[in-house]
Structures are given as C-alpha cells and as structure tokens.
Design a protein around this ligand. Structure first.
Ligand SMILES: [Zn+2]
Length: 299
C-alpha cells in the first residue's frame, strides 16, 4: 500500500515537472500568434526583411510586410487597410532603394509622423545600375536587391538591431543575443553557398529580372538579364544573349513567377539551359539562398 502511494506521488511530481516544462515553452509567446496591440508592430517592405526582423524581435513585436507575398514590391501600391495598419506601427524598416519605397515613403512619413522610419540599407556597399539593370522598374540609379546577399544581410540585421535598441532600449540585451544568433545563421548560409558553388564550373547565369546582382558579386559570378530596361527584349537582343550563353557555357536561367516566361523558355530551348523558378522575395531567406546556389552547381 505504502509502495503504491509512493509511486503515485512520484508520478504526480513527474507529471507536474512535465507541466512546468511545457509552460516554460509556452512563455515564449511569439507576437505573430496574437493580435497586435497599438505600438506592438513593426512594418517592413518585403518578406525577407520580415524573416530577419522576426529572428531579432518576434517576441516583442508583430512584424508586418507592406508588399505581401505574391505582389511586386517594385510597383506595389498599399491598400487603405495597410495605410491604417501602419498608424499602429512603432517603426517602419525600409529596404532602401526599391520602387515601392521611392513612390510611397515620403507620403507615409508625412501621414504618420509618430512612426519612426529606419533605412536598412545604411552602410551597404551599393551597386550602381549599369547596362544590365534597367530604368523601367527601378526608378533610381542603385540596384535595390541588397537582401539577396549574405554579406549585405549581415549589415541589414545590424541596422535592424540598432533600430530596435533605439525604439525599445529596455530589451537591448535580448536583441544583442538574437543578433549574435541570426549573424551566425547568415554566416553559416554564406559558407554553405561558397562550398556548393566551389564545385561549379560555370561562373555565369541568366536571369529574367536582375534580382541576384549582389549574390553574383558575393560569389564572383556574372549575371546576364533577359529583361531590358524593364521591358521585353528585342529579337536581336535575345539572339545576342543566346550567343553569350553558348560561349560562356552557362547552364541555368532563373525566372520569377511574377514575370513573363516566354523569352526565358525560348532561350532555354535553344541553349539547353535548365529553367529554374526562384522566389527572391521568400520569407524562407536561408532556404532560397541555398536553393539558388544548388541550381548553379553542376549537380
Ligand atoms: Zn528589381
């Protein structure tokens, strides 16, 4: 009898211990799971920024993306609901040089003087547009796709960290710890990509829209665009590109779902390149960077 009750009590204690552990797990309430209160939000422009900001601050802030999945942040116009939602944000993180921001940020700042705006591209080594980058979708003289580069991603997360400390200094130590973790993850991704590309014989690739300019710089690759000044290329331009693809023995043509595939398919047929659909605006930043590298490797 005594033995039974001991076992009973022991199992109660054990069960109690289990409960406590579960509670501790649940203590880490992520803001994406509960409705946001005023001042609990940070708005960002694109999904990869939401990924980085979440790694740093999702236990304190609900992170909202201005240009949602499947839209084009270079030509996007915010809805009235989003404009209202921005009023509840403590901060807005700009990616820096993208069409949407060039068209809207001044208006957003004027309408929401209580929201602090931060430029995540501060300190990034920017690439000026050249003959491979067009004017049609990019208003300015700078290639905006800085997030598709592990090296520049390190600067982006550091900028986010500094902004977070400014708007919420009470949690500085937690943000510093999270910055170390996300920095390590980005450096691991960089190392993985370098290893994958090490065995690749081709050092050039074709892409419809020049989303990988910074990625190409990081890893010593050359990017050739199908799009010309944001418009469809002429038959002559395609012919010239086909010759370049053949002479440099390129193997991959990257396309994004948002863009027309017709020309990319025609070039792939004529050159034997494989057509690879990528999403450089994915929330899964690590996964997408690795997938791009794997497509460029020989296997
Ligand atoms: Zn672009």
């Amino acid at each position: 009898m005594r033995k039974v009750s001991f076992l009973f009590i022991a199992s109660m204690i054990f069960a109690g211990g289990g409960c406590t552990l579960q509670h501790k797990e649940q203590d880490r309430v992520i803001k994406t799971q509960i409705p946001a209160q005023q001042e609990d939000r940070i708005t960002v422009t694109i999904e990869p920024q939401r990924y980085f900001a979440s790694q740093l601050a999702d236990t304190f802030f609900y992170i909202e993306t201005m240009a949602p999945q499947g839209t084009d942040p270079e030509t996007y116009d915010p809805s009235p609901v989003q404009m209202t939602a921005l009023a509840h944000s403590k901060a807005y993180f700009c990616i820096g040089h993208i069409g949407f921001e060039q068209a809207w940020v001044d208006k957003l700042k004027a309408n929401h003087p209580q929201v602090k705006f931060f430029d995540n591209s501060k300190g990034v080594s920017l690439i000026k547009t050249d003959e491979h980058v067009h004017e049609g979708r990019h208003y300015g003289e700078v290639d905006p796709h800085i997030w598709n580069s592990p090296r520049e991603a390190l600067t982006i997360v550091k900028n986010m960290y500094e902004a977070l400390v400014e708007i919420d200094p009470a949690h500085e130590a937690i943000y510093a710890g999270n910055l170390r973790k996300v920095t390590n993850r980005i450096m691991e991704t960089d190392e993985q990509i370098a290893n994958i590309l090490n065995g690749s014989s081709s050092k050039a690739f074709v892409i419809y829209h020049p989303a990988l300019t910074y990625f190409a710089r990081d890893y010593g690759l050359k990017q050739y665009c199908i799009e010309n000044d944001g418009k469809e290329p002429s038959p002559e331009q395609i012919k010239k590109l086909v010759e370049t693809v053949k002479s440099l023995q390129m193997k991959v043509i990257f396309v994004q779902q948002e863009f027309d595939l017709k020309n990319a398919e025609a070039i792939a047929r004529e050159t034997g390149c494989k057509l690879v659909v990528i999403n450089p605006l994915s929330y899964d930043w690590n996964g997408e960077m690795i997938r791009i590298a794997q497509a460029l490797s020989d296997e």
